[in-house]
Design a protein around this ligand. Structure first.
Ligand SMILES: Nc1ncnc2c1ncn2[C@@H]1O[C@H](COP(=O)(O)O)[C@@H](OP(=O)(O)O)[C@H]1O
Ligand SMILES: [Mg+2]
Length: 275
């Protein structure tokens, strides 16, 4: 358990993410410019507004803890590897969903300690939903002013009830289909952003295979929610938990999110990634 996040700090952090979410919503509800970044992904004023709101709040709350954001610009691994504890944020995950106005985008704030995401807040402002997880203290979902404790669901016996598999709307369709071909009876659901991991955390999905690229800021906050809810986010090759800040690159390996391990999906995964 991380003693660093007290109850008081936790509620201040949730307030800060909600405030940033309100700013994002006010941009969402009017016309906005869309720029293309060097990697051909979109950037809107909402990404930068949420970035500044979250970074300012964190600097005020914990001036001694470094912050890495998708929008901070590169920070060398020489510097980052000295960080035992840092905030990792994706101010707007699912920017394409934001641009397409389907509501499936999130603000993501994680605390990473020794490479492990130990605390996370994932906020979907249009859905008025927030998922929160703290290592050793469980996970919860907030909708409006209702809080409920969440956990992963038990994986049904094969073919006794469909396994629920969630995938990206836009990335990795071919490997996703190859994975699903090796499963017993199942249902598929498409979703944008880190909400996919949160669906596994709350037991609405059993598996989220991400057999396509992402970066550490896309997953760290939701990984903390999943693990606090009793699930796992595993490297698709090694089946070891994803860790942050272990190397120069901030790209994640391909991974799978699960409530429970099972030899059937592990075999389907091996076959899908070996092509
Ligand atoms: N080639 C690539 N390299 C790294 N990350 C990628 C990528 N293609 C997509 N992503 C990540 O996938 C996220 C969206 O996934 P999905 O479509 O499943 O919601 C994007 O988040 P952003 O919207 O924050 O840029 C982006 O970070
Ligand atoms: Mg992202």
């Amino acid at each position: 358990m991380t003693a660093f996040v007290s109850d008081d700090m936790r509620s201040r952090l949730i307030d800060a993410v909600h405030e940033a979410g309100q700013k994002v919503l006010s941009i969402y509800s009017r016309d906005f410019e869309v720029e293309m970044k060097a990697d051909d992904s979109p950037l809107t004023e909402a990404d930068m507004t949420a970035h500044h709101a979250l970074v300012d709040a964190l600097r005020e709350l914990t001036p001694e803890v470094p912050v890495l954001s998708e929008e901070s610009g590169e920070i060398s691994f020489e510097t980052r590897k000295q960080w035992d504890r840092y905030w990792l944020i994706d101010p707007l995950d699912g920017t394409k969903e934001f641009v397409n106005k389907n509501g499936e985008f999130t603000l993501n704030l994680a605390l990473v300690e020794q490479g492990e995401p130990v605390f996370g807040i994932v906020h979907a402002p249009v859905l008025d939903t927030t998922w929160i997880g703290l290592h050793g203290k469980g996970a919860e979902k907030q909708r409006g002013d209702q809080y409920e404790s969440i956990q992963v669901r038990a994986l049904p016996e094969p073919d006794s009830a469909p396994w629920k598999v969630v995938g990206s709307r836009r990335h990795g369709a071919e490997t996703f289909d190859a994975f699903c071909a090796g499963l017993p009876e199942h249902e598929c659901l498409s979703m944008g952003s880190s909400i996919k991991l949160c669906l596994v955390a709350e037991g609405e999905a059993d598996l989220y295979p991400r057999l396509a690229p992402t970066s550490e800021w896309d997953t760290a906050a939701a990984q903390a929610v999943v693990t606090a809810a009793g699930g796992q986010v595993l490297d698709a090759q090694t089946l070891e938990p994803l860790r942050c800040n272990q190397q120069d690159s901030v790209l994640n390996p391909w991974f799978i999110v699960c409530g429970q391990r099972h030899e059937i999906w592990e075999k389907a995964l091996k076959s899908a990634i070996s092509g």
